[in-house]
Write a protein that binds this ligand. Structure first.
Ligand SMILES: Nc1ncnc2c1ncn2[C@@H]1O[C@H](COP(=O)(O)OP(=O)(O)OP(=O)(O)O)[C@@H](O)[C@H]1O
Length: 230
């Protein structure tokens, strides 16, 4: 479904990705694992269009994405939850979540919101509260709910578990499982790989802007290189 070939990203003189190739098949959950600066976020951000690519291709169901501007990529069915619990702090919880389905019909928005509330009742309890007042774990759930609200066919999750207490890790894992049950294809990144490994089907170990190893979750877990990060 997603075909990344020889992807290159540079920030000025810094090479962040030096020719990365990754495949994500339909209904798979693929994990990018690696230490700080390995190139995980740059890969995700290139797919959603937040960074310009210096070479290579990114195809979604055969369609080249690199020539589509960032603001139009969501319409291709891509949902994105950024690293670092980024919510719009002064907007309400409901506004934050519904912004993920911007431009879609009211009925679709209502149905999605009701479904998300059935997963996370606090979204209804806190619906009219500014999102900036929530705890870190709740903000991360709002960011993920926003990415899920449009029911994307490809969901990009950048470090969804980073710095969270176990109770939030469980809730976010449950949300990801719900998306899997709805046949959503997922590409996620993680430094703290253990909870993510339970959700993934395959993984890639990244280091220094390159893929060092690819394989099943078991293979990734076994890899000596991965040891460093787990
Ligand atoms: N905006 C930027 N300007 C300059 N260099 C950057 C920028 N963003 C990332 N880099 C550099 O690009 C490389 C890859 O970073 P990237 O954020 O993709 O890695 P990562 O694996 O996601 O790490 P992290 O877990 O810290 O986000 C690193 O050397 C990083 O310092």
């Amino acid at each position: 479904m997603l075909e990344i070939r020889d992807l290159q990203v540079r920030y000025g003189g810094i090479t962040a990705l030096a020719g990365v190739s990754i495949d994500v098949r339909q209904n798979e959950t693929v994990l990018l694992v690696g230490a700080n600066g390995a190139g995980k976020s740059s890969t995700i951000n290139a797919v959603i269009g937040l960074v310009r690519t210096a070479g290579g291709s990114i195809r979604l169901d055969g369609k080249e994405l690199t020539s589509i501007p960032c603001e139009r990529r969501a319409r291709e069915g891509i949902g994105y939850s950024p690293e670092g619990r980024r919510v719009f702090p002064s907007m309400t919880v409901a506004e934050n979540v519904l912004s993920g389905a911007f431009g879609m019909g009211r009925r679709h928005q209502r149905e999605s919101f009701d479904w998300l509330v059935s997963l996370f009742p606090f979204l209804a309890e806190r619906a009219s509260q500014p999102a900036g007042q929530l705890s870190g774990g709740q903000q991360q759930l709002v960011a993920i709910s926003r990415a899920m609200c449009a029911m994307p066919r490809l969901l990009l999750l950048d470090e969804p578990f980073l710095g969270l207490a176990p109770i939030w890790v469980r809730q976010i894992s449950d949300a990801i499982r719900q998306m899997q049950a709805r046949n959503t294809t997922i590409l996620m990144t993680e430094q703290m790989a253990r909870p993510a490994l339970k959700l993934a089907t395959r993984g890639y170990v990244m280091r220094g802007g390159e893929v060092r190893r690819a394989g099943s979750v078991a293979e990734i877990q076994d890899s000596a290189l991965a040891e460093e990060y787990l």
